[in-house]
Design a protein around this ligand. Structure first.
Ligand SMILES: Cc1cc2nc3c(=O)[nH]c(=O)nc-3n(C[C@H](O)[C@H](O)[C@H](O)COP(=O)(O)OP(=O)(O)OC[C@H]3O[C@@H](n4cnc5c(N)ncnc54)[C@H](O)[C@@H]3O)c2cc1C
Length: 606
C-alpha cells in the first residue's frame, strides 16, 4: 500500500529545502476572530487583575475558586470546542494567545487551562467518536468538568511505552488497575484520559499495546495528595490510583491498541499551549527586568545605562521575539493543517522546537531577572524567586528537553536517511532502480544549475537575514547528509550528534519564523506609507513598531547564524569521546574522589 507523503517546513530544512510557501505570509487570525479575541483578551485581563494573586496562589498551593468561576464565566474552558457543542470555536492560535496572557499573570492558572484544553478537550475532539464528543465536550467546555491526562507512572516518565497500568477485558468493557503520577489538574478533574496496556492480537500473536480510555472519577479511582513541588505550586499534580476500575467498552478513545498515537499527537498540541504560557511568563519577566534596571541606582547612575545590564535585557527581548514568532508560526501551521487536511502537514518537529525555545527562553529570562535584581531577587517577598521556580517547571513538562532534542534530530534525519538508503539500495540494482537514480541525478543537476534553496518572499529590508538563512540551510543539509551517510543506523545511539543537529534545526526554524513575522510587519508599514498614513507613531513620540521588530529579528538572526556556524564546526572537531570517558569515570569510581590540597598524599602544614 502506498503511503501518502506528509510535508513539513521544519523537516524540509534537513534536506536543504526552504518551503517558503508554508511560512509566508506570517499567519494571522482572520478579522472576525481577531475582533472576538481582542474583546476576550480585555475581559481576561480584567478578570486576572481582579482575581489572580500569584503570591497567594504560590503560598497556598491552590487556585482560588473565584479564579475558576471567572474563567468559566468567560468561556475559557470551551475556547477550542465547536459552538454546536458549547464552545467558542476559536483556532489554536487564538486560544494560545489567551493562555499566553494568563501566563503573564500566573503559570499555574495558565497551565491548568493549557492541560484542560490541550490534553483533554483536544484529545477528545481529535480522537473521540461522535457519541464521546457529544457526551464530554459540552460539560468540559462549560467548565462544569475539568479534564486531565494520565500517562506517567513511577517507572514510565519520558518512556511512555513502558507504562504498566493494565486494562483487562471484562463483560461490557475493561477493568483498569495501576498507578499514575504527576496528573496535572488531578485534584479538580473528573474526566481523565488514562493510558493502559491492553492485549491485542496481531499476526497470530498476543501483544501488549497501549490504549487510551475516558475514565470518570468514581468507585476505584483514588486521587492521592498533591506533593509540594518547586514551582507552579498552584497546579495540582497528584498521583492517581486505579483499583479495578470498570470502564465501558465505548469509552476507548481512538482504537484499542492505538493509544500511543493518541498520547503522542495530543502531547504535541498540549506542548504548544504550554509554550504559550511560557511566552506570557517571559513577557512578565521582561517587564520586571526593565522596571528593576530603570529604577535601581548604583555608582551614581541608573544601572540600566550600563552595557552589561543592557545586554541582559536585550537578550531577553530578542529571545522572546524569536520564541514567540516560532510558536505563533507553528500555531498557524497547525490551524492550516486543520483547515486544509489535503496538505498533509506534519508539524510535530515544529511543535517540539517551539516548546524547547519557549521553555528555555522563560528560564533564561527568569535567571537574568533574578541577577538583575541583585540581593532583592533572593527574597521570598520578591516575585523573582517564584518566577524562577515556575520557569524551571516548564523545562520538564510537557516533555524534557533532552527527549525533545532527540526527537527533533531523529525525526528530521529520517527523510535524508531514507533517501540515502533508497539510493544505495537502487545503486546495487541499477536497472530496477533506474527511475530513482535518474530522479536523484535530476535533483543534483537542479541544485547545480539553480544553486541552493533561496528565500524570495521576505521583505527587502531583511535581505541580510534571508542570506544568513540560505547559508545556514545549505551548510546544515550538507552536514546532515554527511552524518547520515557516515553513521546511518548508529544515529539513534549518538546523542552528542543528535544534540548538535537539534540545536541547529531549532535556531534555523526560529530564524525563518522571525523573518516571516518581521516581513509581514514591514510590508504592512510600507502599505501605510503608501497610503500616506506613516509617521503617526513617531509623531506621537513612540518608536515605530516595524523598526523595533526589524532590530529584534536582525539581532536574533545574527546571533543564531553565529551559533549555527560554531555548532557545525563541532561536528568535525569536538571532545565528545573525552566527555563520555569522564562521565564513565564518575560512574565507576566515587564521582569526585580528589582533594586539591592532598595531591602529594601529605597533609598541608604537616
Ligand atoms: C508540573 C508537571 C506536570 C506534569 N503533568 C503531567 C500530566 O498531566 N500527565 C502526565 O502523564 N505526566 C505529567 N507530568 C510528568 C512528565 O510528563 C514527566 O515528568 C516527564 O515526561 C519526564 O519524566 P520523568 O520525570 O520520569 O523523568 P525521566 O524520564 O526519568 O528523565 C530523567 C532525565 O533523563 C533524561 N532522559 C530520559 N530519557 C532520555 C533520552 N532518551 N535521551 C536523553 N535524555 C533522556 C530526561 O531528559 C531527564 O533529564 C508532569 C510533570 C510535571 C513536572
Amino acid at each position: 500500500m502506498s503511503q501518502e507523503r506528509t510535508q513539513s517546513f521544519g523537516k524540509s530544512l534537513f534536506l536543504g529545502d526552504l518551503r517558503e510557501e508554508l511560512i509566508f505570509p506570517f499567519p494571522q487570525p482572520h478579522s472576525a476572530e481577531q475582533k472576538k479575541l481582542t474583546a476576550l483578551l480585555d475581559e481576561v485581563r480584567k478578570l486576572a487583575k481582579r482575581t489572580i494573586d500569584p503570591r497567594r496562589i504560590d503560598a497556598e498551593a491552590h487556585i482560588p475558586d473565584e479564579v475558576l468561576a471567572g474563567l468559566r464565566e468567560l468561556g475559557i474552558f470551551g475556547l477550542l470546542t465547536q459552538p454546536q457543542l458549547g464552545g467558542a470555536g476559536f483556532s489554536l492560535s487564538a486560544t494560545a494567545r489567551v493562555i499566553d496572557l494568563l501566563g503573564s499573570f500566573d503559570s499555574s492558572v495558565a497551565m491548568l487551562v493549557a492541560v484542560h484544553l490541550g490534553f483533554a478537550v483536544l484529545a477528545i475532539q481529535h480522537f473521540g467518536t461522535l457519541e464521546q464528543r457529544q457526551r464530554y465536550l459540552p460539560r468540559l467546555s462549560k467548565g462544569h468538568s475539568i479534564g486531565a491526562f494520565a500517562v506517567a507512572e513511577p517507572l514510565a516518565g519520558s518512556d511512555s511505552a513502558a507504562i504498566r497500568t493494565r486494562a483487562e477485558p471484562c463483560p461490557g468493557g475493561y477493568r483498569l488497575t495501576g498507578t499514575k503520577i504527576w496528573v496535572q489538574n488531578g485534584e479538580l478533574a473528573d474526566v481523565l484520559i488514562v493510558f493502559a496496556q491492553t492485549v491485542v492480537h496481531r499476526d497470530g500473536a498476543d501483544l501488549d499495546r497501549i490504549t487510551a480510555f475516558l475514565v470518570e472519577t468514581g468507585p476505584g479511582v483514588i486521587v492521592g495528595k498533591s506533593e509540594p513541588k518547586l514551582g507552579q505550586r498552584g497546579s495540582s499534580t497528584p498521583a492517581l490510583y486505579l483499583e479495578d476500575v470498570f470502564v465501558p467498552a465505548d469509552r476507548v478513545l481512538g482504537s484499542v491498541g492505538g493509544g500511543f498515537k493518541v498520547a503522542m499527537e495530543t502531547r504535541q498540541l498540549g506542548r504548544l499551549l504550554a509554550s504559550a504560557a511560557c511566552i506570557g511568563t517571559t513577557c512578565e519577566l521582561l517587564r520586571h527586568q526593565v522596571q528593576q534596571v530603570t529604577s535601581r541606582r548604583q555608582f551614581g547612575r541608573v544601572i540600566g545605562t550600563l552595557g552589561m545590564i543592557k545586554d541582559q535585557v536585550a537578550r531577553t527581548a530578542v529571545d522572546l521575539y524569536a520564541s514567540e514568532s516560532t510558536l505563533y508560526l507553528t500555531m498557524g501551521l497547525h490551524d492550516l493543517a486543520h483547515r486544509r487536511k489535503e496538505l498533509l502537514l506534519d508539524n510535530s518537529l515544529e511543535a517540539a522546537v517551539s516548546k524547547v525555545l519557549a521553555a528555555e527562553t522563560v528560564h533564561d529570562a527568569a535567571v537574568a531577572a533574578m541577577r538583575l535584581a541583585g540581593a532583592t531577587g533572593l527574597l521570598d517577598s520578591s516575585p523573582y524567586e517564584r518566577l524562577l521556580r515556575d520557569s524551571q517547571t516548564y523545562l520538564v513538562f510537557p516533555g524534557t528537553h533532552e527527549v525533545l532534542r532527540a526527537y527533533i534530530a531523529l525525526s528530521g534525519m529520517r527523510e535524508p536517511g531514507e533517501q540515502v538508503g533508497r539510493l544505495s539500495d537502487v545503486l546495487k540494482r541499477p536497472l530496477r532502480g533506474y527511475g530513482m537514480v535518474v530522479d536523484s541525478l535530476i535533483e543534483k543537476m537542479r541544485t547545480a544549475a539553480y544553486g541552493r534553496a533561496m528565500l524570495t518572499r521576505h521583505h527587502p529590508q531583511l535581505k541580510r537575514e534571508a542570506v544568513l538563512i540560505e547559508d545556514a540551510t545549505e551548510a546544515f543539509a550538507k552536514e546532515v547528509d554527511r552524518v547520515v551517510r557516515r553513521h546511518g543506523q548508529l544515529l539513534p545511539e549518538m546523542q552528542y550528534v543528535q544534540k548538535r543537529v537539534a540545536d541547529v534545526a531549532i535556531d534555523l526554524f526560529a530564524m525563518c519564523a522571525c523573518v516571516s513575522r518581521a516581513s509581514l510587519v514591514l510590508t504592512e508599514r510600507d502599505a501605510r506609507h503608501a497610503k500616506g498614513r506613516a509617521g503617526h507613531s513617531e509623531a506621537a513620540g513612540q518608536i515605530d513598531t516595524a523598526e523595533r521588530q526589524l532590530r529584534l529579528c536582525a539581532a536574533f538572526c545574527g546571533k543564531a547564524a553565529r551559533r549555527i556556524e560554531q555548532t557545525l564546526q563541532r561536528f568535525g572537531q569536538n571532545d565528545d569521546e573525552l566527555m563520555k570517558t569522564i562521565a564513565d569515570d564518575c560512574y565507576l569510581d566515587q564521582p569526585y574522589p580528589f582533594d586539591a590540597l592532598l595531591v602529594r598524599g601529605t597533609e598541608p602544614n604537616a
